[in-house]
Write a protein that binds this ligand. Structure first.
Ligand SMILES: [Fe+2]
Length: 438
């Protein structure tokens, strides 16, 4: 990001005229006490190349700026440092992510992070919710990636009780492998409770994936990663996902996890079927200089090329990518305008976790202003991040939307789930399922 000026502005009152990134028309936004008080379209007088966009949202952050969220001894000051680092990359909110660990220790770490967030207004406003990536994943070598196979367990409703006893009704995303015993029932029950489910680190075949989608799973976690180097050429996770429809599919746009030709190919394969979103899957090395970085309980070496590996292993362990850099790399790999890539790192992941980033009257004045040059190259990025008065939490920052499929519903039979799968345009998978079970 050499040559790009990045700044943070937290004025509680102000006004700006800029070009709406979606409609391309000039709009005037006025905010007072941190909340947008008016939005007017069709105005004149904006300087050329000043764009108004929602902030970037990262729904899978394991650590940042030298701070490891997996470390049970992480402090409030360290969390503030990580948040400041993310803000300096145009990021306006994240889901703090905890990866596979012994279940009791994982709950302990979650409890500690929830307590830190509850006591600190800056953390409350920035941390939008939680993402548990494990321990309900495949323990098979390759599929488990860098996760510890020894801690993998089958999910059940008691696990949901335990997590919700800690996070309450705060946004919660869980990545699960649907082939684990009890996973479909847990997804079904979790969705009724308002939890979002994403499928990943999984060796499941099409029938099981269809069942998981029918049960309410809405996403795929970092497609192209958390999978073996060698696959069956036909029966593999990638084709299973491509064959489904209507999911939020996460990609890591660092050009390392997915080289440019693969990244482009995935967009082409997923276009029109799924909504692609981006995430950094960042560990503490992101936004920090190269060197030795913690990914508790391991140490990882990160070189100048930003590749993050466990010593002695070939698979990647998270990334050292910053959100803004992710947008720019994605646009470069796809040969498209950065405005298009921006959407996949802001409103799309926000929608995946049930949030709405529309900059309308009554929502907090948190947005990005991007100044671009004559060739639409990014010159300057400002994150306007108004502190709210009185202090409140993210509920005001993002209007939490509860989509239809997450409203309460009774327990479903296998036949009912199959019907839902069909309604979700999964006819092929359901036919496949019939063949599978025949
Ligand atoms: Fe992962």
């Amino acid at each position: 990001m050499d040559g790009i000026k990045i700044s943070l502005r937290d004025s509680s009152d102000g006004e700006v005229i800029a070009r709406d990134w979606r409609t391309n028309e000039l709009v005037r936004i006025v905010w007072s006490k941190g909340v947008i008080s008016s939005r007017e379209a069709g105005v004149v007088g904006a300087p050329d190349g000043l764009w108004l966009l929602p902030p970037l949202i990262d729904i899978q952050v394991n650590g940042f700026a030298g701070v490891d969220f997996q470390d049970p001894s992480v402090t409030e000051a360290e969390m503030e440092k990580a948040v400041a680092g993310l803000k300096s990359s145009a990021c306006g909110g994240c889901l703090v992510t905890l990866v596979t660990d012994d279940w009791t220790s994982l709950l302990g770490k979650l409890k500690q992070l929830v307590a830190l967030r509850a006591e600190n207004a800056a953390l409350r406003e920035f941390i939008l919710g939680w993402h548990l990536e494990g321990p309900f994943l495949s323990s098979e070598e390759g599929y488990r990636g860098a996760h510890s196979g020894e801690f993998m367990i089958d999910p059940h409703s008691g696990h949901l009780d335990a997590v919700q006893a800690i996070v309450g009704m705060e946004p919660l995303l869980m990545t699960v492998a649907p082939e684990r015993r009890g996973a479909i029932e847990t997804i079904c029950e979790g969705c009724c409770r308002g939890i979002r489910f994403s499928l990943g680190h999984s060796a499941a075949g099409p029938p099981t994936v269809a069942e998981a989608i029918g049960a309410g799973a809405t996403g795929i976690t970092h497609l192209g990663n958390g999978c073996p180097q060698m696959w069956d050429r036909h029966n593999n996770w990638f084709w299973t996902v491509v064959d489904c429809k209507g999911l939020y599919v996460g990609l890591i746009p660092d050009s390392i996890h997915l080289p440019a030709p693969v990244f482009r190919g995935m967009h082409r394969a997923l276009a029109g079927r799924h909504q692609v979103y981006y995430t950094t899957d960042a560990i503490s090395a992101a936004g920090a200089p190269p060197g030795r970085h913690g990914f508790w309980p391991h140490w990882l070496e990160v070189g100048g090329d930003q590749v993050v590996r466990q010593p002695g292993r070939s698979n990647f362990s998270g990334s050292a990518l910053c959100p803004l850099e992710g947008v720019l790399r994605a646009a470069r790999m796809l040969g498209e305008d950065w405005q298009q890539a921006w959407s996949r790192f802001s409103e799309v992941p926000a929608r995946h976790v049930g949030m709405d980033l529309n900059l309308t009257v009554g929502v907090p004045a948190r947005f990005c202003l991007v100044r671009s040059g004559p060739r639409n190259e990014v010159k300057e990025v400002t994150l306007q991040y108004s502190r709210l008065w009185p202090q409140t939490d993210h509920q005001l920052f993002l209007r939490v939307v509860r989509p239809r499929h997450l409203r309460w519903r009774p327990r479903r039979t296998r036949e009912q789930k199959r019907e839902i799968g069909q309604r979700n345009n999964l006819e092929f998978l359901c036919q496949y399922e019939q063949l599978w079970y025949a």
